[in-house]
Ligand binder design. Structure first.
Ligand SMILES: NC(=O)C1=CN([C@@H]2O[C@H](COP(=O)(O)OP(=O)(O)OC[C@H]3O[C@@H](n4cnc5c(N)ncnc54)[C@H](OP(=O)(O)O)[C@@H]3O)[C@@H](O)[C@H]2O)C=CC1
Ligand SMILES: Nc1nc(=O)c2c([nH]1)NC[C@@H]1CN(c3ccc(C(=O)N[C@@H](CCC(=O)O)C(=O)O)cc3)C=[N+]21
Length: 297
């Protein structure tokens, strides 16, 4: 059996088109564009790449993009002051502070300073709490994108065994919460889990969000499992390569022979993250403008 490749890039392109059309309608109704502010502190090359692609995608969807690039030695007070200014700016519907931040800045305090109604990353404790108790808020983009791919493929997830590997606040935990809300039976594995291979073996759905290149082996998987690979890992450059290849947390080549379907890296979950960010921003715009959020978002 050769697993089906779940084309996140194509799915994300469709979502971006839909968001773009609705962004045009929003502009008609509200008399302004929906706006996303992205704050980047420092010059980490990977972060710069992400921020640039978010900017392009935002503009392409017919939304306003406000970029704020701050020097690496920015003080916490200055960063908090910028966030306050963006909280008060009616042209800004969504605020994203690119992580990771330089070591001298406390990520939790910075996230806490973002207005929960503009927190399109869904990282604020208020939004984590809303997700936990089932209220409307913002769900982190990566896990929400994974859910869209899963429900598109599998339909109803009721009763399926799901194993999430990783328990971070931005991926693993909200992912498990969403799967639970969809009535899957959820196990969360992490670095202290005993006998990870046998835990993974029972899963109809595996979501790998670890950050270790090709750690999940084909033999761990149950025949016919659906595999969502969140990991983005750059291998060291091979002979003659300038940059190493990007790989996920799953041994894709091996898993292809056992899984029913699997997301590739690149071209899987990554593009969904950006498309969902635009979707969340447009949801925020409707709420902030007092307009009904379109069903199809
Ligand atoms: N595609 C996308 O859009 C995105 C991709 N990513 C990628 O996803 C991956 C995970 O990101 P993130 O959640 O932020 O990472 P974190 O480093 O915050 O969390 C990693 C998790 O993996 C667990 N873990 C580490 N080693 C093992 C192991 N040997 N066995 C089992 N579990 C282990 C850790 O366990 P413990 O808690 O015990 O330490 C932790 O819970 C990264 O590769 C990141 O680049 C992240 C965000 C978006
Ligand atoms: N506040 C905040 N919000 C985030 O959502 C956030 C963040 N900080 N910090 C970093 C992580 C990571 N992340 C990715 C987004 C897109 C791709 C993506 O599009 N990846 C492409 C490949 C890109 C490449 O080739 O380098 C793909 O997988 O096909 C990957 C990773 C968002 N993050």
């Amino acid at each position: 059996m050769t697993a089906e490749r779940i084309d996140g890039k194509a799915f994300a392109a469709l979502l971006r088109e839909r968001v773009g059309a609705l962004a045009g309608q929003f502009e008609q109704k509200a008399g302004r564009k929906a706006g996303l502010a992205v704050v980047l502190v420092g010059e980490d090359p990977a972060s710069q790449v992400y921020v640039r692609s978010k900017h392009k995608a935002t503009v392409a969807a017919g939304m306003e993009s406000f970029e704020h690039r701050l020097p690496v030695d920015t003080s916490e007070a200055d960063l908090l002051a910028l966030v306050e200014q963006l909280n008060a700016d009616d042209a800004v519907d969504g605020i994203l502070v690119q992580l990771p931040l330089p070591d001298h800045l406390d990520e939790q305090s910075v996230i806490a300073s973002i207005s929960p109604d503009k927190d399109v990353d869904g990282f604020h404790v208020t939004n984590a709490g809303r997700l936990a108790v089932g209220q409307n808020g913002f769900v982190p983009c990566t896990p929400l994108g994974c859910m869209m791919l899963l429900t598109d493929r599998l339909g109803d997830l009721s009763g399926l065994e799901a194993v999430v590997i990783g328990r971070s606040n931005i991926v693993g935990k909200p992912m498990a919460q969403l799967l639970l809300d969809a009535n899957a039976t959820v196990t969360i594995a992490h670095s202290r889990t005993k006998d990870l291979p046998s835990v993974v073996k029972r899963a109809d759905i595996v979501v790998a969000a670890v950050g270790r290149a090709e750690m999940v082996k084909a033999e761990w998987l149950k025949e016919g499992a659906t595999v969502i690979d969140v990991g983005i890992n750059r291998l060291p450059p091979a002979e003659g390569e300038e940059k190493g290849r990007l790989v996920g947390d799953v041994d894709y080549a091996g898993a292809e022979g056992i899984a029913a379907a699997i997301t590739p890296v690149p071209g899987g979950v990554g593009p969904m993250t950006i498309a969902v960010l635009l979707r969340n921003t447009l949801v925020a715009a409707h709420r902030n403008a007092g307009l009904e959020v379109p069903q199809s978002l």
